[in-house]
Design a protein around this ligand. Structure first.
Ligand code: ZN
Ligand code: ZN
Length: 297
């Protein structure tokens, strides 16, 4: 049983994952999701359904529901991207459930997991059909594959370079991302159940990475694939300093003044405001590229 876990993303998969964590009596769960509720979320999620106010933070709404449903579990969370969650949460957690829907988000989670030596249980829905799903286990040891190991070096370089580009707004507008497959609520439920089940058994004994592919089109099929580490993946070397590119100098387009945010570029683009006039139109003038982006390119 888990004492403490992290959950990144509470969409179709994540809301089923947290429900399962509540049902099995997980000790404490910390949620990270910076999205607000939209109409489309409430239709497909048991968690974000009744009385949900469109525009409300998903996390705050989910925490209210979860505390009522499963009072024996300690529920906490922040309406932020997983990269902005306090280090202490990563250090406390036994596993991170990755319930995000872009490869960009998954590479960020891989980088965080590498830094904190944290096992990740990732899942994905859809692909070639709406009745397809996948659960991957990454044990969080240097010798085992991470999500980024499974990518081609070209794709990896492209994703790492996106860490410092302006498309990064809670991963919502990732360019070149495959079309989002509208998976069904039943597939989300099945895959999320499998995700929690695999994490439960793998946390104890699996020191290698693997994926379980589920295909319910035609004759139902489950297939397990072992992953080996890519020698080209930059996430396995010791890394000092900031994990993500940091904006060191920004200029406000409204009042023209310059300031020193010292925050993740992605954070500045999404949340940053001018300290003088509160303007939101900011130009990044200088940044510290991090080692990872350098190594991947
Ligand atoms: Zn890797
Ligand atoms: Zn200003």
């Amino acid at each position: 049983m888990f004492r403490q876990v992290l959950v990144a993303g509470i969409g179709a998969l994540g809301s089923e994952v947290v429900k399962n964590l509540g049902l099995i009596g997980c000790g404490a769960v910390f949620l990270a999701d910076c999205d607000v509720l939209e109409e489309k979320n409430t239709a497909r999620s048991i968690l974000l359904r009744e009385g949900a106010a469109i525009g409300q933070s998903k996390v705050s709404y989910a925490l209210d529901r979860l505390q009522t449903w499963f009072p024996q579990t300690l529920w906490n969370g922040m309406p932020v991207e997983i990269a902005d969650v306090e280090p202490e949460q990563f250090l406390k957690a036994e596993v991170l459930f990755s319930c995000v829907d872009t490869d960009l988000a998954r590479t960020e989670i891989s980088a965080l997991a590498a830094r904190y030596r944290l096992p990740v249980c990732d899942a994905g829905l859809g692909g070639v059909s709406t009745r397809v799903g996948r659960v991957s286990w990454f044990p969080g040891v240097d010798s085992a594959a991470c999500f980024a190991c499974l990518l081609s070096s070209g794709r990896r370089a492209e994703l790492f370079s996106m860490w410092e580009s302006d498309v990064h707004a809670c991963w919502a507008h990732e360019r070149n991302e495959q079309p989002v497959w509208t998976s069904t609520a039943t597939m989300a439920s099945i895959v999320a159940g499998l995700q929690v089940e695999i994490a439960l058994s793998a946390t104890e004994n699996a020191k290698e990475s693997f994926s379980v592919h589920l295909d319910l089109d035609g004759v139902p099929l489950s297939q397990t694939v072992q992953h080996s580490r890519s020698v080209m993946c930059p996430l396995h070397a010791e890394m000092s300093g900031a994990l993500f590119p940091i904006c060191t100098l920004a200029e406000c387009s409204t009042c023209g003044r310059q300031f020193f945010p010292h925050r993740r570029i992605a954070w500045v683009r999404r949340w940053g405001a001018c300290p003088f006039c509160n303007g939101r139109e900011l130009v990044i003038l200088d940044s510290l590229r991090n080692e990872m982006v350098e190594r991947a390119s």
